[in-house]
Design a protein around this ligand. Structure first.
Ligand code: UDP
Length: 146
């Protein structure tokens, strides 16, 4: 219909977003949700949970040889996180733009990381970085999602 065409002309795409344990501990879940909803992205799943070591290691498998891997797994399993599946046009790119650069000191002010974080590990949010990662990560966190 005309209404939905005015909102978007591209096919919807899904991404996995995490409000990491630092974001949950600091009370930033609402802030992240309001930014992505204000942007026009739509929530399709949401759950507060504490990751097992196994899930964390699978999620960050591409970093398993990096020197920060052990600390990253400790951090991401260290408390509850908010796992979200978000849908909309060009969602992967759109959420990464909202999140800002990995290093929050380099992230532009106005982005989530640029506004709320200072340390590269404790950078508040995760968003899948490609359609392949998004498919893998959505399945890892929400295997029952249709
Ligand atoms: N990270 C870290 N030290 C580094 C680089 C990354 O602790 O030197 C953490 C940080 O929390 C980051 C995550 O590892 O968000 C994954 O890194 P990636 O390069 O995939 O960044 P992202 O896609 O999250 O921006």
């Amino acid at each position: 219909d005309v209404g939905s065409r005015l909102v978007s002309t591209s096919a919807p795409e899904r991404t996995l977003v995490l409000v990491k344990p630092d974001g949950v501990a600091r009370g930033l879940v609402g802030e992240v949700l309001s930014r992505l909803e204000a942007k026009g992205l739509r929530l399709v799943a949401a759950e507060l949970r504490t990751l097992t070591r196994e899930t964390a290691e699978t999620h960050y498998a591409e970093h398993s040889e990096r020197p920060f891997f052990a600390d990253l797994v400790e951090f991401i399993t260290g408390g509850p996180l908010m796992a979200l599946v978000v849908e909309g046009p060009r969602t992967i790119e759109a959420f990464r733009a909202l999140a800002g650069a990995t290093d929050p000191v380099k992230a532009a002010p106005g982005t989530i990381r640029g506004d709320f974080a200072l340390e590269v590990q404790n950078n508040i949010v995760h968003g899948s970085d490609s359609p392949e990662s998004a498919a893998r990560e959505v399945k890892l966190f929400f295997p029952d999602l249709g």
